[in-house]
Design a protein around this ligand. Structure first.
Ligand SMILES: Nc1ncnc2c1ncn2[C@@H]1O[C@H](COP(=O)(O)OP(=O)(O)O)[C@@H](O)[C@H]1O
Ligand SMILES: [Mg+2]
Length: 303
């Protein structure tokens, strides 16, 4: 967002069920384990999946005395009352407040957006430094980006969501001269390679070129995800005894590796952030020339 402010990662795709919330949560936990200060914001006022994921994590870790890192989480009020404009205004206020609170105190802010277009969805997109769009692994799911010619597979007209991103990029450029790095990633990739799957990959690559986006390798379809949400855990957490019997451990290891690859492709300012934090700590320590050297933690519990 700003030179010394939080790096904002937005999960976006107008299609529900493409893996936005799951990916948002996994990225957050991954970055927490890497030692960063991470805040999460749930802009999906209807489903609030990310918020529920965060709550499940708090409950599970409390009841199992697990010391796992937690994100600092913000969510919108559930829409109440009949006045849509009143609700929207309230959501806007809550979101703006959350952003202004987190932008200086965190290294990364992860924003999960809903599968529908609101002013807030647009605003969130225009704040993105990195925009990650998970796409389900079928040709049908690509039409969230463009109409595909059924015969040639060529992308035709840009779809509503692609135009939304284009507008967000323009706004962003006008506001602070920054660009939004847009990454497309397949999700729930079928392990059975088929002609259809190869078409999907080729389609995504063509689309990305047209849209000025990059393509990541993506995440496979893995049974382990089914068991993770109810206990608020990710593939990066200690899971001994937490999963139903018979959950293949290879599923776990592969999912970990795939998420790591995804983070690499996102090209987040990891080392720069780490250096900035070290420097800030040194300066802070110097400025305290008396008293014991206690490194108080800022933000969430992992320091
Ligand atoms: N890689 C994956 N393999 C298997 N299931 C997945 C995977 N990613 C997500 N899911 C499942 O897909 C469903 C939708 O995911 P979700 O993250 O809620 O999507 P969105 O936020 O885009 O609506 C959830 O039930 C989730 O557990
Ligand atoms: Mg969601």
């Amino acid at each position: 967002m700003y030179e010394d402010g939080a790096h904002v990662i937005v999960l976006g795709n107008e299609k529900g069920g493409s893996g936005k919330s799951t990916t948002a949560f996994h990225l957050a936990v991954y970055l927490l384990y890497a030692g960063f200060r991470v805040a999460t914001i749930d802009v999906d006022s209807r489903q609030q999946t990310l918020t529920q994921y965060v709550r499940n994590r708090q409950e599970w870790s409390r009841s199992h005395s697990l010391n796992v890192p937690q994100t600092t989480h913000y969510h919108l009020p559930l829409a109440k009352g009949d006045s849509i404009s009143r609700n929207q205004q309230m959501e806007f206020e809550v979101f703006s407040h959350a952003i202004s609170e987190v932008e200086r105190r965190f290294d990364f802010v992860i924003v999960d957006t809903p599968g529908f277009d609101t002013n807030l969805t647009r605003l969130a997109h225009s704040l993105a430094d990195s925009l990650l769009t998970p796409l389900n692994d079928s040709l049908i799911d690509l039409d969230v980006l463009a109409r595909i010619d059924p015969v040639t597979g060529e992308p035709r007209e840009m779809s509503h969501y692609a135009r939304l991103v284009q507008r967000a990029r323009k706004e962003r450029l006008a506001v602070d001269g920054q660009t939004i790095d847009w990454v497309l990633a397949r999700n729930r990739i079928s392990m059975l390679s088929s002609r259809n799957m190869r078409l999907v990959q080729a389609g995504i690559e063509q689309l990305a070129t047209r849209l000025g986006a990059r393509v990541a390798e993506g995440i496979g379809e893995r049974v382990i995800f089914r068991s993770l949400f109810p206990i608020g855990m990710t593939v990066f957490d200690p899971l001994e005894g937490a999963l139903p019997e018979g959950t293949p451990s290879v599923s776990h290891a592969s999912a970990q590796q795939e998420y790591k690859n995804l983070v690499n492709v996102l090209n987040l300012p990891l080392s720069r952030r780490a250096k900035e934090r070290q420097q800030a700590r040194k300066t802070w320590a110097k400025s305290r020339d008396e008293g014991p050297m206690v490194f108080e933690q800022m933000g969430p519990k992992n320091g």
